[in-house]
Each structure stands twice: as structure tokens, then as C-alpha cells.
Design a protein. Structure first.
Length: 396
């Protein structure tokens, strides 16, 4: 009589073979419900799945060795074969129990449904669907994940359940989304590209790479995007192949910097430094703009004062060099005075103007012969006679 074969209680599980394995649980950023500690793996995952089952012949458990052939199909009737058959000779069976490792092509485990057919002694036995665990083969290094849905989950926790373990040291890949509903806007990691570009590329040999964090005090912490067919409303770029590349900031509208945005009255400055970490340009949250004394371009100081042999006084002034008060002293004759700017004027430029609306006046200022921080000024009428009165001096 012809033998009848039966396989029952079959299970298919993933085989994760590594050269060295050190296993504990992983932890994601900032604690929470993530698993603890670190998982590290050295070596690579073998392209195998493990097949276990119970083999009966004429209703009785088999003991001995049997030749078996395994085939993968993409349909439930096992008619469309997707790979070469896998032959296992002399499979040991004990009281009906057996286990084999099947070498498979990971490219077939790309998210498509698969079925496995077993042949024993020339007889095909069943057509069994492969359930999700072996699809982990497709997550080996270099894997490509494709899906028709828009949500991709790695260590995903959606208000319930436990996250998957992370095989990394200090994360490697960590992604998490927590929202109130499945339709809420999320993204933990989302990347998309269509040739010629990156859509997400990070490298770090010893330094930061990319770190961004929002979720408080106005959130954001970097948002660009929003473009049309003709222009982008925000671009930051440089040349990644050139070590001395410029950083280019492009905007089709305002470029805005908020100083002391939390209004805690701290001294907030926008500063530009040179190669020696010296400030070469600064704007503070009061609106004052300054640059070093030896730099050209900006106004360093200004004073509006009354200049004369008596009653000399400053009405208003500013000093962006060191913030020290600008003072004025009476001169030795009518129309003369000395202004102390309290910083060195020997390599600076200045403009002096008389302030008078009734008749013409002129003024001349020069560095004091004994103190380069002071200007001696003389104010005259059109006849060359000294005339006390208002003056304004600008220092660049």
C-alpha cells in the first residue's frame, strides 16, 4: 500500500545567527516605557528560516531519516513558484519531530505574501502560509522597506503595547510616535527622495551630525520646506564636497532673529566672531549695534553737547566701543571745549558739526596733544570769532 504522509504542528521561525551576540534590552531617548540598557550584535544575520514540524506516516510518528524538498510560492494554491527548490537530504526525524534550516533569498521577503510547500518521498504535503516573523530577514543591512501605506514604524509606541528592542549602542536607529489617534499628524522618522538628492543622510565620525529637538517654548527647532515650482521659501545650503564652502541662507521673505524671546531680561546678543573667537559684529536685544574699535564701517560713538568756555555739557551720547560715559570740559576761550570719548581715537575717523539755526557757524576738532582719547574742538562764527553753542560729533 502506498504510504500516506502528514505534517502537523508545523512552525516557521526566524533564525538570527551571529558570530558574537551580547543581549540585553535597549533604551530610547529620555527614558519612558522603552526597554532598558544596551543590545549589541557583531556579525551578520544568515539568510535562513527554521522549519519545524511533526511527520507521520500512515498515521504513525516517523523515526529515521527522510529526504525533503521545500518550495516557496506567491499564491495560496502553491502554483506560482518564486525561488529554486530547497533540497534537504537525510533529515533526521525522531518520534515524528524534525527541524531544518532553509537557505532562502532575502529578496523574496519584501513584504509579499508567501506560502511554503513540502515534498517528502515524492509526495507533496500541503501549502502553508509563511507568517510575519521570517520577514525580518529583509531588515538586514542594506534592506529596502517598501509599503503601500504611509506609516513606517521602528520601535513604535502608540499609547499602548511595548516597543521593539533596539539593536544598537546609543540608539543607532530610534523612532517613536505618540499621538491621540491613528489619524493624528505624526512622523517620527519620514524620508522621501526621487533621485538627485538625499531626503535624509546623516554621518558622524566623532561629532554631532544632526540633532534637533522641539516640543517646548515655541517648539520648532528647525523647520524648512514649502516650495513651489518656481522657488523655495527657505533654503540653507553649502557645498558638501568643498571643505571651505560658503553657507548660503536664502529667503523669499523675511529673515528673522528673535533675541530674548522668553522675555526673561537676560542679555541676548546676535554676534559674529572671527577665526580667533573675537566678536567682530554684535546686536543686542535693545537694538544697539557694535563692532570692534579697529573695525571700519559702523558708527562707534556720537555726542550732542554744548561747547564753550563755560557751561559745557553733554545732552546725549552713545559709546558702542566700551559703554563708558562721554564727558565734556570747558575750553580755555570762547567757543572751545574738550570731549573725552574714553577710547583711543588715534586710528579713527570723525565728523564735527555745529548746531545753530540763527546764523552760520563752523567747527573744527582734533586729537588732544597729550591724550588720544580726547578731541579738542573750536566753534566759530563766519568771521572766525569763537562762539559758544551746540555741536555734534560722530566717530567712525
Amino acid at each position: 500500500m502506498k504510504s500516506r504522509w502528514l505534517i502537523v504542528g508545523v512552525s516557521i521561525v526566524i533564525v538570527m545567527l551571529a558570530l558574537m551576540v551580547s543581549v540585553s534590552l535597549a533604551q530610547g531617548p529620555d527614558g519612558g516605557n522603552e526597554a532598558q540598557d544596551i543590545v549589541s550584535i557583531a556579525g551578520t544575520v544568515s539568510a535562513k528560516i527554521s522549519y519545524q514540524g511533526v511527520l507521520k506516516e500512515n498515521g504513525q510518528p516517523v523515526t529515521g531519516s527522510r529526504d525533503m524538498i521545500f518550495r516557496l510560492y506567491s499564491d495560496s494554491s502553491c502554483t506560482i513558484q518564486v525561488s529554486n527548490e530547497i533540497t534537504k537530504t537525510g533529515v533526521q526525524v525522531t518520534d515524528g519531530l524534525f527541524s531544518v534550516d532553509l537557505e532562502v533569498d532575502p529578496d523574496n521577503f519584501n513584504g509579499q505574501a508567501l506560502w511554503l510547500e513540502v515534498e517528502v518521498g515524492g509526495t507533496k504535503i500541503g501549502c502553508q502560509e509563511i507568517l510575519p516573523v521570517p520577514y525580518a530577514l529583509s531588515l538586514r543591512p542594506g534592506a529596502v522597506i517598501t509599503t503601500t501605506t504611509t506609516d513606517v514604524r521602528l520601535n513604535y509606541s502608540f499609547l499602548y503595547g511595548a516597543p521593539l528592542p533596539i539593536f544598537s549602542r546609543e540608539y543607532g536607529v530610534y523612532a517613536k510616535v505618540e499621538e491621540s489617534s491613528l489619524t493624528s499628524t505624526g512622523y517620527a522618522v519620514y524620508g522621501s527622495a526621487n533621485t538627485d538628492g538625499y531626503a535624509g543622510y546623516f554621518t558622524n565620525s566623532s561629532g554631532t551630525g544632526v540633532y534637533a529637538r522641539g516640543g517646548s517654548d515655541g517648539a520648532a527647532d528647525l523647520i524648512l520646506g514649502g516650495n513651489s515650482s518656481t522657488e523655495d521659501n527657505g533654503v540653507i545650503r553649502s557645498d558638501p564636497t568643498y571643505t571651505n564652502s560658503d553657507i548660503v541662507l536664502v529667503s523669499s521673505d523675511n529673515v528673522r532673529i528673535d533675541l530674548d524671546d522668553d522675555a526673561d531680561d537676560s542679555d541676548s546678543d546676535f554676534e559674529i566672531y572671527d577665526e580667533n573667537d573675537n566678536v567682530i559684529f554684535a546686536v543686542d536685544d535693545s537694538g544697539d549695534v557694535s563692532q570692534p574699535l579697529t573695525a571700519d564701517g559702523l558708527l562707534k560713538a556720537a555726542v550732542y553737547a554744548y561747547c564753550g568756555s563755560s557751561g559745557s555739557t553733554t545732552y546725549r551720547y552713545f559709546n558702542q566701543v566700551n559703554g563708558v560715559a562721554i564727558t565734556i570740559a570747558n575750553g580755555t576761550s570762547v567757543g572751545r571745549c574738550t570731549i573725552d570719548f574714553n577710547f583711543d581715537l588715534s586710528n579713527r575717523f570723525w565728523i564735527a558739526m555745529p548746531v545753530y539755526t540763527t546764523s552760520a557757524r563752523t567747527i573744527s576738532c582734533d586729537i588732544n596733544s597729550t591724550d588720544s582719547q580726547k578731541l579738542d574742538c573750536a566753534r566759530f562764527d563766519i568771521n572766525g570769532n569763537g562762539a559758544n553753542g551746540g555741536i555734534m560729533v560722530l566717530v567712525y
